[in-house]
Design a protein around this ligand. Structure first.
Ligand SMILES: Cc1cc2nc3c(=O)[nH]c(=O)nc-3n(C[C@H](O)[C@H](O)[C@H](O)COP(=O)(O)OP(=O)(O)OC[C@H]3O[C@@H](n4cnc5c(N)ncnc54)[C@H](O)[C@@H]3O)c2cc1C
Length: 511
C-alpha cells in the first residue's frame, strides 16, 4: 500500500506539531504526523512540560496583548525586566561553557518573540504570565526573576491540547502506533518514508521528512553508552517512547551528529516517582525545584552543590547529574517553616510528595535513616555548620534582606566563617520547626546530543558534504543545540522556532 504526502513529520510533540502546522499554513496540502506511541501518549515529552517558553521581550507591556491572566489592576504591581536577544543567546552560550553553535543559539533567540506571536495567533496556544513559577510576591509586588516569564495555560497538557485542536483545524493527519522505520532517497533527495503502522509496513511517498522524534533519554542502554553507566538508574521524567529511533534513521542517511552526546538535561525529581516513564496525571509535578530556598544533603549527610549559585532556571538542569553522582543516587532537600510557604504548591503540596517532618535537626536525622540516610551525625553537623555560617553572615550584614526574586547575596560566607561549599544567595538558617525533608533523585529530561542543521531552514546537514540533505529536516530535542546545562524554557522555544522553519522549508520544496 502506498500513500503520498507533501510532508511527513515524525513525532507528535511540540516541535513536530509546529513543523506540521507551519507546513500546512505555508503551502503543503497533505501533511501527516506519524508517532510510535498510542494515542493516549500523544504529545511526547512536550505533554509533560510546565509549558514554560523562554522568549525575548521588551518588558510587561510587550507581553500583555498575548497573555490571558493579567487584570488591569494587577499591571501596576508587576516588576519585570526586559530580556534581550543578547541575554537569551548569551544564556545558552554561558550555560553551555561557550560550546553551543552561536548561530543556532542566535537563531532561537532572534526568532523567539515572533514565534510567540505565531504560536498565540496562528496555533492558538493560551499563554499566561507564569506568576506561580517565575515570580515571588515581595513587599506587595510580583517580581519576575530568571529571564523567563511565559507559560501555557495548564502547562504541557494545555500546550498539547491546543496543538491538537490546531492540527485538526489545519487538516493535518496524525497516525499513532506508527513507527518510522526508514527514510528512502531517490537521486540524492528524500523520496519517502517506510512506516510500521499497527504492525504492518507501509511505504509513504513524500519529498519532505521532518525528524522530531525526541532524544534517547528513555533508552537505558543508549543512556549508559553515551552518558555513562550510572545513567541507567536515572528516572525517566516524560514519555517512554523517546528511545533514540530518530537518530538511527538519520544515521542511515549520513546525517551529521553534533552537540553534547555525553550531556543531558536532568533535574531534581521525586525519588518515589515511577522509574521508566512519567505519569500523565501528575506530569511535571514530580519536579522538586525548591532547593534555592533550602539545602540539599546526600545520604552521607553532606551538602554537594551551592544551592544558591544562580537563579533556579540556570541551575536546575544540571543538578540532576549532581544528585545521580551522590552515593545511592538520591538525596534529601531540607526546608524550615520560614520558606515552606514559598515552595511551589504544585510540587510540594499535600498529597503530591512524601514529606518527612520533625521538630529538631536531630529528630529529622533519626527519621531520615528509614529513607536511606547513612550518617546521622554528619547530617546534624552539616546543618549546624550551615546555620552557624548563616548567622555569622547576618551578624556582619544586619541590613541584608532575604529576597528570592533577586540574587540577594545572603550567603554563608563572612569574614568570621566560610563554608568550603558556600550557599551564595538566599541562605537562611534551618531551625524553625517543624522542619521538612523530601527525598529526591535524578530525573532525566532529554538528551543534548543531536543533529547538525542549517539554522535558516532546519535542513539536516550531511556529514560527508556539509550541505543539507535535500528534503530532510529536524527540530526539537533531536537538534544538537545545548551543551552541559540549559536555560529553563528553551526546549519548547527551540522546538517551535526550528519546527516552524522546517515546515516552511518543506512547503517551499513544492514550488
Ligand atoms: C517533565 C518535563 C518537564 C519539562 N518542562 C519544560 C518546560 O516547561 N519548558 C521547556 O522548554 N521544556 C521543558 N521540557 C523539555 C521539553 O519537553 C522538550 O524540550 C520538548 O518538549 C521536546 O519536544 P519534541 O517535540 O522535540 O519531543 P517530544 O515532545 O518528546 O516528541 C517526540 C515524539 O516522537 C515520538 N517518536 C519517538 N521515536 C519515534 C519513531 N521511531 N517513530 C515515530 N515516532 C517516534 C515519541 O513518541 C514522541 O511523541 C520538559 C521535559 C519534561 C520531561
Amino acid at each position: 500500500m502506498e500513500a503520498s504526502f507533501d510532508c511527513v513529520v515524525i513525532g507528535s510533540g511540540n516541535a513536530g506539531s509546529c513543523a506540521a502546522l507551519s507546513a500546512a499554513e505555508t503551502g503543503c496540502d497533505k501533511v501527516l504526523i506519524v508517532d510510535i506511541c498510542p494515542p493516549e501518549w500523544a504529545g511526547g515529552n512536550s505533554y509533560f512540560t510546565a509549558g514554560a517558553f523562554r522568549t525575548v521581550h521588551s518588558g510587561l507591556q510587550d507581553l500583555l496583548p498575548i497573555v490571558n491572566n493579567v487584570s488591569a489592576e494587577q499591571v501596576a504591581s508587576i516588576d519585570m525586566d526586559k530580556y534581550t536577544c543578547e541575554d537569551f543567546q548569551g544564556d545558552i552560550m554561558r550555560l553551555g561553557d561557550g560550546k553551543p553553535d552561536p548561530d543556532l543559539a542566535g537563531a532561537v533567540a532572534d526568532a523567539s518573540r515572533d514565534t510567540i506571536t505565531w504560536l498565540a495567533d496562528s496555533v492558538g496556544l493560551p499563554f499566561m504570565l507564569s506568576f506561580h513559577r517565575q515570580a515571588y510576591a515581595v513587599g506587595g509586588r510580583q517580581r519576575f526573576w530568571g529571564g523567563m516569564v511565559l507559560c501555557t495555560e495548564d502547562g504541557g497538557k494545555g500546550l498539547i491540547a491546543a496543538h491538537q485542536r490546531a492540527l485538526a483545524k489545519g487538516k493535518v493527519d496524525v497516525w499513532f502506533n506508527c513507527r518510522a522505520v526508514e527514510i528512502t532517497m531517490e537521486n540524492g533527495a528524500v523520496s519517502g518514508l517506510i512506516v510500521e503502522k499497527d504492525g504492518h509496513k507501509m511505504s509513504l511517498r513524500t519529498p519532505a521528512v521532518v525528524l522530531a522524534a525526541g532524544g534517547f533519554e528513555a533508552n537505558p542502554l543508549l543512556r549508559a553508552e553515551h552518558l555513562g553507566g550510572e545513567w541507567e538508574r536515572a528516572i525517566v521524567r516524560g514519555t517512554p517512547y523517546n528511545q533514540g529511533g530518530g537518530f538511527a534513521l538519520a544515521a542511515a542517511l549520513g546525517a551529521r551528529q553534533t552537540g553534547d552526546w555525553a550531556g543531558c538535561h536532568s533535574t531534581c525529581w521525586d525519588a518515589d516517582a515511577p522509574t521508566d516513564a512519567g505519569q500523565r496525571d501528575l506530569t511535571n509535578q514530580f519536579t522538586k525545584s525548591g532547593y534555592p530556598l533550602g539545602i540539599m544533603v546526600n545520604t552521607a549527610g553532606k551538602r554537594f552543590v551551592d544551592e544558591g549559585e544562580d537563579y533556579r532556571n540556570y541551575t536546575y538542569a544540571k543538578f540532576g547529574r549532581a544528585i545521580l553522582m551522590q552515593p545511592e543516587g538520591h538525596i534529601f532537600q531540607i526546608y524550615d517553616q520560614k520558606v515552606i510557604g514559598s515552595l511551589r504548591q504544585e510540587e510540594y503540596g499535600d498529597g503530591i510528595v512524601r514529606k518527612i517532618f520533625a521538630d529538631s535537626i536531630e529528630e529529622l536525622a533519626d527519621k531520615l535513616v528509614d529513607s536511606g540516610l547513612k550518617s546521622k551525625q554528619e547530617f546534624v553537623e552539616t546543618v549546624r555548620q550551615f546555620n552557624d555560617a548563616v548567622r555569622n553572615y547576618q551578624a556582619e550584614h544586619p541590613d541584608a534582606t532575604w529576597n528570592p526574586a533577586i540574587k540577594d547575596g545572603m550567603s554563608t560566607q563572612s569574614s568570621e566563617k566560610q563554608l568550603a561549599l558556600p550557599k551564595t544567595n538566599w541562605a537562611l538558617t534551618i531551625d524553625k520547626a517543624p522542619l521538612m525533608a523530601v527525598k529526591v533523585a535524578c530525573g532525566v529530561t532529554f538528551t543534548f546530543g543531536g543533529l547538525a542543521i542549517d539554522p535558516e531552514t532546519a535542513g539536516v546537514l550531511s556529514e560527508k558534504t556539509s550541505t543539507v540533505i535535500p528534503g530532510l529536516f529536524c527540530a526539537g530535542e533531536m537538534v544538537g543545540l545545548f551543551h552541559k546545562n540549559y536555560p529553563g524554557g528553551s526546549g519548547l522555544m527551540a522546538g517551535a522556532v526550528f519546527g516552524r522553519r522546517a515546515g516552511r522549508a518543506a512547503a517551499a520544496l513544492k514550488y
